[in-house]
Ligand binder design. Sequence first.
Ligand code: C5P
Length: 211
Amino acid sequence: MSLRCLITAGPTREFFDPVRYISNPSSGKMGFALAESAQRQGWVVDLVHGPVAIKPPAGVNAHAVVTCEEMYAVCGPLFSECDLLIMCAAVCDMRPKIRAEGKVKKGDLSMTVEFEPTRDILKTLSAARRPEQTLVGFAAETDDVENYARKKLEAKNLDWIVANSVAKGGAFESDTNKVSLIGRAGEHLSFGPDSKAAVADWIIEQIAKLP
Ligand code: C5P
């Protein structure tokens, strides 16, 4: 029986009225490259992705979502069936407290938007993990990348975290990436800079080496 892999990719959006939102410039390229690579290496792949301009790779089960809560709702049942989760999505960490029912009028410049945290999808899923599942997170940081990445690995109870620098715009919309793979047992491997396809192949190969 084939092993199942759940991969998330791209940004999420959080709205303060029906037509306006906050988000980030994630292109989804890294997550889509991981999905393509995993599928080629024999995994059955579910790809849950936010709004992106690229097409899902052929042969993967793609699920399009918009907000953090939608991503969580789709990931929940897929997570319980999967052997490997790679949470590559740039989930919006905050959302407006109020979403106006109608479009806010152009002249309403006195408007103040208050934010609240969104759900940490990875932390919520990892709290219900089975020991034999492999969980991989991404840490995009502007400074002290590896230190913050290691903290996230522990806080989110992961097996691996992929650390990359997004200083000066960094990896977000680029076709290349340079990453470190930091493991629970203190492993520290580096790869790149190289194409996101090559980085994806390398990450999947390293993770598949796990017992
Ligand atoms: O945003 P942060 O740096 O904490 O992201 C680290 C990891 O947590 C990433 O793998 C990201 O996909 C995941 N995450 C999440 N839900 C959030 C924020 C981040 O699953 N609300």
